[in-house]
Design a protein around this ligand. Structure first.
Ligand SMILES: *[C@@H]1O[C@H](CO)[C@@H](O)[C@H](O)[C@H]1NC(C)=O
Ligand SMILES: *[C@@H]1O[C@H](CO)[C@@H](O)[C@H](O)[C@H]1NC(C)=O
Ligand SMILES: *[C@@H]1O[C@H](CO)[C@@H](O)[C@H](O)[C@H]1NC(C)=O
Ligand SMILES: *[C@@H]1O[C@H](CO)[C@@H](O)[C@H](O)[C@H]1NC(C)=O
Ligand SMILES: *[C@@H]1O[C@H](CO)[C@@H](O)[C@H](O)[C@H]1NC(C)=O
Ligand SMILES: *[C@@H]1O[C@H](CO)[C@@H](O)[C@H](O)[C@H]1NC(C)=O
Ligand SMILES: *[C@@H]1O[C@H](CO)[C@@H](O)[C@H](O)[C@H]1NC(C)=O
Ligand SMILES: *[C@@H]1O[C@H](CO)[C@@H](O)[C@H](O)[C@H]1NC(C)=O
Ligand SMILES: CC(=O)N[C@H]1CO[C@H](CO)[C@@H](O)[C@@H]1O
Length: 867
């Protein structure tokens, strides 16, 4: 761990040194992308469901001094405490230091925690109950370790770029799937009292060049207003509606303005339009300006460091104190930052016996420095090894199992029987030969792939490999766990070969086998010559089952049509329960019920050119989202390209009949635009007078920790004296509140957008001979009368049956809201729906290409009969 720590220190220092050069690098002028100014930052507290939390916060914040307030906005510095980041505290008024820690799939760099399957596997389950249950478990584990803010879920990257490194942390390449996955995770986490930090807002669709280096500047995602609203912002809006306490800004720029200080994005879209009441935090070390970010609506700097981490510098901390005393940042803005943070803390009930951290993300040792970044630090007990796993392995296994997606099963070769003669190939079936968790942040691809790499990981408390699980069940199996096919292996006509292959990706600060996060070197191919392994097995065996552990789509063309390749299982990224979840399916204890959360193409050139990875030696990459709404299946449909496997595809060991479709109107869409928004409620008020400079003075006999970030100033009177100088405020800066935008009104936007417009029902019958679960996916097709080019199918809702016995039926109800049927009108700046739903088509099926029933106002019909 010490090596790991040193490595990270050096790494972060380099990145930050590079970042500090940003000001020297001239901005590229490739496009005219521009993010318009939007000031001032809207204050939080105007929604009734947050009123009581804001009232409590108001009472406390009213008593706070300048430095207490500043303390809560700024991290204490990287490696200056047990968590990935922690704020300062205000002990006099009972507010502790808040611990912020990764990750979206479990507690990072800790012990006795569950390593859940990541988002992509959760998305593949299409199971709302499991999405919520995992959220609850994550929240419980965060709470048990004393983490106030767990950094997740991730709904951005959305999956625009198939090679993008962190797509697997989210739920799939569709905004509604991301929205449902994210929202249920947030609700679950926060039901346990942990604050969710929904990330990364927005456009962080590739890893390379997301931050600045010596010669390039972090890329700019140039996204038009409609595409932003209908694709990338969609899951954030739903997450805000679900009550997310915190939102994390992305590293990259949007329209050439850094997300961490993009006033259009934070002040206008997030806080005004989406009515976000919680606090906005930077991604780690993404803070690049003090006054600028505060005015643009940022509320918390993490981990607090300035351009060069660990040098004891900060854009905020004492600098924020100074900018209040010199009058550059209005006191109101600081009060709003702090009120948002404290209100969120109250909203989740963290004032009631919430544990303080009893673990350290820096070391697994029991004792160690309390502030490892300080070099000279007091030491003490840092790890209490609290077991927070509870019964969460049940949920982890259920998700890994129910996410497994059966793409092909010729001749019903699956499930296997316990006495089938099996030959298992591929290192991906076994353990990491170097040992469990030997690669920091899972930064290697050795043994079975359970998750990608980077900060979005956790250590595996244990791992059941496919090898162990198969060996536990099969009475007749041989293992050849190498990536080169063993020429000596004998095959008989009764043998079934099971070939394990995988594809990995992760976060940019680690390069694995030549891939710097994104899949640059590997492309969309299986790693470790996986294609060759499958082909070799197919030459020797007549029955081949391929198991794929992958972060996203891979190309299957080299072997998918070979006659011996009878079955393909995408097991996605299974987490700690890799083995048991797979054998649950392989041997038929459960039928597979996962569905693809993305499209699998026949060729990478099937994608729009604009979704390729971008790299250039100098200046800033301009990543123009020219394909607009047409990513993943939306594109394949428009370009009329038949993929290898469509979005939503997933077979079962049984078959399902869809019958008796019904459509009923719930709330009539009697107007194009939703009813007028709710008026904005009042927000807490405080005196606007500047605090006395003396409040920022160092306390007497204060025991300073070297490099720790404090809110105090050596000469606070000087800062106050400078208030006569003028500050070069950004263009469009104003302290006069803007009129409330018409698309806003409640968390996520105007609450009329969530009026259920239509309710559809479909009866699903198990027509096969085995038990199984079906997923009903509802896609909408919007009419041309809206006057806008719109994808011909858009997933807007899904439901999953319980386990149905042969012959058994279940009626599923799928509800569609006004927003689900709307397009974003860029002129009116509001959501526009077809009146009465006239012309809308509702398609329900088992994938985007396997639609079973269709409905429109006035009636439904069954499209095709499958048996
Ligand atoms: C980005 O620029 C486009 C125009 O190209 C504009 O429609 C959109 O609103 C801008 N978004 C942000 C967040 O600045
Ligand atoms: C600010 O936070 C630090 C770290 O938690 C703490 O030592 C200090 O006492 C706090 N200052 C005030 C004024 O509460
Ligand atoms: C006030 O202090 C901030 C933080 O140091 C600084 O950026 C800003 O320029 C100062 N304002 C004036 C008018 O000097
Ligand atoms: C650590 O965990 C235990 C058990 O969950 C909890 O009671 C305690 O408050 C936590 N924090 C510390 C500092 O012990
Ligand atoms: C886990 O235990 C809790 C009670 O502690 C129970 O409510 C929950 O249903 C259990 N979960 C599972 C998946 O068994
Ligand atoms: C395998 O087991 C099945 C019963 O599950 C039995 O019918 C069959 O004969 C067995 N095959 C062999 C080769 O033992
Ligand atoms: C291992 O196999 C035995 C016998 O088939 C079975 O009872 C047990 O449940 C298996 N273990 C797990 C964890 O599935
Ligand atoms: C399947 O659905 C079709 C269309 O509704 C219906 O005619 C047929 O009877 C159903 N078959 C079964 C076995 O339920
Ligand atoms: C940043 C800045 O302008 N600081 C000045 C504030 O005022 C004192 C004296 O009043 C100067 O010494 C600082 O340079």
């Amino acid at each position: 761990m010490a090596v790991n720590l040193a490595y990270r220190l050096i790494l972060f220092s380099l990145v930050q040194w590079a970042l500090s050069l940003e000001a020297l690098t001239p901005r590229a002028s490739g496009t005219e992308a521009y993010s318009p100014p939007y000031y001032p930052a809207p204050k939080g507290g105007w929604l009734s469901n947050w009123a009581s939390a804001y009232q409590k916060a108001h009472t406390v914040v009213s008593k706070m001094t300048l430095v207490e307030k500043v303390n809560l906005t700024t991290g204490t510095g990287i490696f200056m405490g047990p968590c990935a980041g922690q704020t300062g505290s205000a002990p006099r008024v009972g507010i502790p230091s808040l611990c912020l820690h990764d990750s979206p799939l479990g507690i990072r760099n800790s012990d006795h925690n569950t390593a859940f399957p990541p988002g992509i596997t959760v998305g593949a389950t299409f199971d709302k109950d499991l999405m919520y249950e995992r959220g609850v478990a994550l929240g419980e584990e965060a709470r048990g370790k004393g983490i106030n803010v767990l950094l997740g879920p991730s709904v951005g990257s959305l999956g625009r770029k198939p090679r993008g490194g962190r797509n697997w942390e989210g739920f799939g390449a569709d905004p509604s799937l991301q929205a449902v996955g994210g929202s249920l995770t947030i609700k679950g986490m926060q039901s346990a009292g942990a604050i969710a930090s929904l990330k990364h807002l927005v456009g962080n669709e590739q890893e390379m060049h997301r931050m600045s280096s010596v010669i390039t500047q972090g890329y700019s995602s140039n996204i038009d207003d409609r595409t932003l609203h209908e694709l990338y912002l969609w899951p954030f809006a739903e997450g805000v509606r679900a009550g997310a306490g915190s939102v994390m800004m992305a590293y990259n720029d949007v329209n050439r303005s850094s997300c961490s200080q993009n006033s259009k994005l934070i002040n206008d879209i997030l806080k005004d339009e989406l009515g976000f009441q919680g606090f906005v935090v930077t991604d780690w070390l993404a803070h690049i300006g003090g006054v600028s970010s505060a005015l643009a609506g940022l509320d918390m700097s993490m981990p607090g460091d300035g351009a060069i981490p660990l040098f004891g510098t900060s854009y905020w901390a004492w600098e924020l104190s100074r900018s209040i005393l010199n009058g550059t940042i209005p006191v109101e803005r600081l009060n709003d930052m702090v009120t948002r943070i404290v209100a969120t803390w109250y909203k989740m009930g963290q004032d009631q016996d919430y544990p303080t951290p009893n673990f350290s993300g820096n070391t697994l040792d029991e004792t160690g420095p309390l502030y490892p970044g300080a070099l000279i630090s007091p030491t003490g007990v840092v790890n209490q090894y609290v077991d927070v796993q509870g019964n969460h392995s049940i949920t982890a296994r259920a998700i890994a199992r129910d996410g497994i997606t059966l793409l092909k099963n010729d001749g019903n070769i699956l499930p296997l029987r316990k006495n089938d003669s099996l030959k298992v190939f591929g290192s991906d079936a076994g353990p990491n030969p170097d040992g469990l968790n030997t690669c920091g942040d899972q930064g290697c691809n050795k043994g079975v792939l359970t998750m990608g790499w980077g900060s979005g990981t956790s250590r595996l408390p244990y791992l059941v490999t496919p090898q162990e699980a198969i060996a536990n069940i099969s009475s007749n199996v041989e293992f050849y766990l190498t990536d080169k096919f063993p020429s000596s292996v004998k095959s008989g006509p009764q043998d079934t070969a099971i070939v394990f292959i995988n594809a990995d990706s992760g976060e940019n600060y680690i390069t694995v086998e030549g891939n710097p996060g994104d899949r640059t070197t590997a492309g969309l191919h299986a790693w470790h010559n996986g294609d060759e392994l499958v082909k070799a097995a197919a030459e020797k065996f007549t029955k081949v089952v391929v198991v794929v552990h992958t972060v996203g789509p891979i190309l299957l063309e080299k072997w998918i049509d070979l006659d011996p390749v009878k079955a393909v299982l995408f097991a996605h990224l299974p987490g700690q329960e890799a083995g048991w979840s797979l054998t649950d399916i392989l041997f038929g204890d459960y039928s597979p019920s996962g569905h693809l959360p993305y499209t699998i193409p026949r060729s990478e050139s099937d994608y729009p050119e604009s979704v390729g990875l971008l790299s250039q030696p100098f200046g800033q990459i301009q990543d123009d989202f020219t394909e607009g709404l047409y990513i993943d299946y939306r594109h394949f449909l428009k370009a009329n390209i038949t993929p290898r496997y469509p979005f939503g595809h997933g077979l079962s060991y049984t078959t399902f009949n869809f019958s008796d479709p019904k459509l009923s109107t719930v709330t009539t869409l009697d107007t194009t635009y939703p009813a007028a928004r709710e008026p904005k409620g009042s927000t807490p008020t405080y005196p606007t007078t500047k605090p006395p400079a003396s409040e920022a003075a160092w306390p007497q006999n204060f025991n300073r920790i070297w490099r720790y970030l404090y809110p105090y100033l050596d000469k606070p009177e000087d800062a106050a004296a400078n208030s006569t100088k003028s500050y070069p405020y950004p263009d469009g800066y104003s302290t006069e509140p803007k009129p409330a935008p018409r698309a806003g009104g409640a968390e996520g936007g105007n609450s009329a957008l969530w009026d259920v417009a239509f309710s559809t029902q479909v009866k699903i019958t198990n027509t096969g001979s085995r038990e199984g679960r079906a997923v009903a996916q509802l896609y909408v097709e919007l009419p041309g009368s809206l006057g806008l080019d719109t994808p011909s199918r858009q997933l807007r809702q899904f439901e999953k049956t319980r386990i149905l016995k042969p012959g058994e039926s279940e009626v599923l109800t799928l509800e569609v809201t006004r927003k689900d049927l709307s397009v974003w009108d860029v002129v009116v700046q509001d959501w526009k729906a077809p009146v009465n739903g006239e012309g809308v088509k509702f398609w329900i099926g088992e994938s985007v290409a396997d639609l079973r029933v269709g409905c429109a106002v006035g009636g439904c019909s069954v499209l095709e009969y499958y048996d």
